[in-house]
Write a protein that binds this ligand. Structure first.
Ligand SMILES: Nc1ncnc2c1ncn2[C@@H]1O[C@H](COP(=O)(O)OP(=O)(O)OP(=O)(O)O)[C@@H](O)[C@H]1O
Ligand SMILES: [Mg+2]
Length: 368
């Protein structure tokens, strides 16, 4: 295990009774001091991962390491981890100061030290002066900050945040995204943040784990995940995409829409059926004959920064285009794209399967 690894899941499975596993043989590593996001639809296992890290439950199989030691049986209160819950779970009968001080009082810290630490934590989240306020007199965003202050005051090595922004309106949410990210940077603590909002994940994270049905589909930086989605699920979940069936003729040559196109992908079987992804912003509108694809404009919406143009090709595939140029509904136009804009995927393949395939490919006759 690398020195900077703080948490490691080794083939962790969580299963209730005879139901299908809610986490299915999941392995990953979390590095110290980074901002991680678990992203995925409702029920995919995000909270389950946080609960396993926090020690609120034990895995059915596999090992969880913290700083190199197996912690499967270490009780929650002995872990260097604090959680910020979705509903904040603040104590309504205690004021702001006492909410934040709670964990320190349990540790029997001296009063003077508690006062100093609580004030510092409140300063960090921009709530100095609010010490004696009651929780019910605080706004949603302020409560959220109290919950974060309550977590950081314990100086944990890791802070787990379970959809902490989902109760806030869009504007406040965007502000808090920025603040949380700044806070994480200045504290240098490892954050593991849960959301089902892909834009939030892309904006905030050093590293994203995309989950579906108890499996990690893909992990990587926001740009990795956005630019190189590994399968239809990830491509679809992370922003709007054109996903079109096709065939991999050979390395660097793909066929879709009845034509062959140069691409940058390799490692597939000759003539293997695949799906390709092209992001709407990677398509450029041209005259009919200048384009690599010919399509008819079906509808168009102005989205402020760009036009969202919906087109159909002769095979009936829908093509979504984001363009600063306007099109005319009903027109036959061309679409141009670079070979790099085409991403080739195998349907349903997870990152682990993908890596195995590439490894086998490199070791085989195709290797350098
Ligand atoms: N105590 C339990 N007994 C049985 N199944 C459970 C239990 N707790 C959770 N589950 C199931 O485990 C799966 C994963 O739940 P989890 O709470 O991790 O999802 P999530 O990704 O956090 O979803 P959400 O975005 O809705 O919060 C769900 O299908 C859920 O129904
Ligand atoms: Mg959850």
């Amino acid at each position: 295990m690398a020195e900077h690894t703080i948490i490691r899941f080794e083939q962790v499975t969580k299963q209730y009774d005879d139901d299908p596993a809610v986490l299915d043989n999941v392995s990953f590593e979390i590095e110290r001091g980074k901002f991680y996001t678990l992203l995925g639809p409702s029920g995919c296992g995000k909270t389950t991962i946080l609960r396993l890290i926090a020690g609120f439950m034990e895995p059915s199989e596999g090992k969880i390491y913290f700083n190199g030691n197996v912690i499967n049986n270490v009780p929650a209160n002995e872990r260097q981890v604090n959680t910020v819950f979705q509903d904040y779970a603040l104590f309504p009968h205690l004021n702001v100061f006492e909410n934040v001080a709670f964990g320190l009082r349990i540790k029997k810290m001296k009063n003077a030290a508690i006062t100093e630490k609580v004030k510092e934590a409140l300063r960090f989240v921009n709530l100095d002066g609010y010490e004696t306020r009651e929780i019910r007199e605080m706004s949603g965003g302020q409560r959220q900050r109290v919950a974060i202050a309550r977590a950081i005051v314990n100086e944990p090595e890791v802070i787990l945040l379970d959809e902490p922004l989902s109760a806030l309106d869009l504007k406040l949410r965007t502000e808090m995204q920025y603040e949380l990210r700044e806070l994480q940077r200045s504290l240098g603590i490892t954050f593991i943040f849960v959301t089902h909002d892909q834009e939030e994940a892309l904006a905030m994270s050093d590293e994203i784990f995309v989950l579906n049905k108890g499996k990690i589909q893909q992990s990587g930086t926001p740009t990795d995940i956005y630019d190189e989605p590994i399968n239809r699920f990830v491509a679809d979940f992370i922003g709007e995409s054109n996903i079109i069936p096709g065939k991999m003729i050979r390395d660097f040559l793909v066929e879709f829409d009845g034509k062959q196109f140069e691409c940058v992908d390799q490692g597939f079987n000759p003539n293997e059926s695949i799906e390709i992804v092209i992001r709407p912003e990677d398509l450029e509108i041209t005259g009919r004959e200048q384009g690599k694809l010919q399509v008819r404009v079906d509808s168009q919406l102005f989205r402020g920064v760009h036009y969202e143009i919906c087109c159909y090709d002769a095979e009936g595939n829908e093509w979504l285009v984001h363009s600063t140029k306007k099109a005319t509904v009903g027109d036959e136009i061309g679409l141009y794209f670079d070979p790099e804009a085409i991403h080739v995927m195998r349907f349903g393949e997870t990152e682990e399967e993908f890596d195995k395939r590439l490894e086998a490919y490199d070791e085989g006759s195709h290797g350098q």
